[in-house]
Design a protein around this ligand. Structure first.
Ligand SMILES: Nc1ncnc2c1ncn2[C@@H]1O[C@H](COP(=O)(O)OP(=O)(O)OP(=O)(O)O)[C@@H](O)[C@H]1O
Ligand SMILES: [Mg+2]
Length: 271
């Protein structure tokens, strides 16, 4: 819509930016290396962050970073996942059909993981996203995958990712102790600070093929303040600001435009 106005080759604030062009904040870089460590040592890791702070993006980047001849990554994300559907979801990704019984599906999955480890010499990484929405029984089943070998040697790496409430309303409570005690690595993605917000916006503009500063310093202050540094919200505000500035034939987005757009064009608010 506004790409031509600003001499862009692509739309900057989109969701499907190629993994190598994502903005890597220091926290994201740290989390990525922790997840890679968890994958190589076959550990249990948990990633938490507020909504829109980049968990799924981190997981996409992580998945992409693992060499396919050395790792097999399975990814499930479904809030209504029951233990049976968890196995079905995982087996589906291995091209296998889950039988009717949960126990059979579990055995089949464990057998297959063993084959991948022993015959293909690949390490298995199993990711469960949106874990804050998942019932305790399914989370327990997920962590059972770890101790198929009488808790002695881990057969795979497990990554649980979810919104901050995964800790606040689940894992920190006693009834989740069996899961919590097995967590080896904990990663948190905080909101971006002011400087990171600016670099984040620059990286999106760079991706779009635009290397000039389109947002004034005060506009960036305002975007950071109103988004509280949440990437998804920054994307929405910037996209609306560029649309508005393009329509108004403005060459720059200033703080007045940011405030105007938030007040008039974002009726759903900045949440
Ligand atoms: N490091 C990043 N570089 C580029 N874009 C990012 C980055 N982190 C997040 N985003 C963008 O912000 C948006 C939200 O990110 P994402 O979906 O990963 O958040 P989330 O933490 O998984 O949110 P939810 O809890 O709602 O699932 C996406 O559109 C994504 O493209
Ligand atoms: Mg997500």
């Amino acid at each position: 819509m506004y790409e031509k106005e600003f001499g862009m080759e692509r739309t900057p604030f989109v969701r499907n930016i190629p993994p190598e062009q994502l903005y890597e904040s220091p926290a994201m870089r740290e989390a990525l290396s922790r997840l890679q460590f968890a994958a190589s040592r076959q550990l249990f890791a948990v990633v938490t962050a507020d909504a829109g702070c980049g968990k799924s993006t981190l997981l996409r980047r992580f998945n992409e970073s693992l060499p396919k001849d050395k790792y097999l990554v399975m990814y499930v994300s479904d809030s209504k996942l029951t233990p049976k559907w968890l196995y079905k979801g995982l087996l589906d990704q291995l091209g296998l059909e889950a039988g009717f019984y949960r126990g059979d599906a579990k055995k089949l999955l464990q057998k297959q993981i063993e084959i991948i480890r022993e015959k293909e010499h690949r390490k298995v990484v199993c990711i469960l996203d949106e874990a804050h929405l998942i019932e305790k029984e399914t989370l327990e089943e997920f962590r059972f995958l770890l101790n198929s070998n009488y808790d002695s040697e881990s057969q795979l790496a497990l990554i649980l990712a979810g919104q901050t409430e995964l800790w606040d309303s689940k894992l920190r409570f006693r009834k989740y102790a069996a899961i919590r005690q097995r967590i080896d690595i904990n990663c948190v993605l905080p909101h971006l600070d002011r400087a990171e917000t600016e670099r984040y916006i620059d990286s999106h503009l760079h991706y779009a093929g635009c290397d000039q500063a389109l947002f004034t310093e005060k506009a960036l202050d305002e975007i950071h303040r109103s988004s509280t540094g949440i990437p998804r919200v920054i994307n929405r505000i910037c996209d609306k600001c560029l649309t508005y500035a393009g329509q108004q034939k403005q060459k720059l987005v200033d703080d007045h435009t940011v405030r105007y757009v938030i007040e008039h064009e974002m009726l759903g608010g900045t949440e």
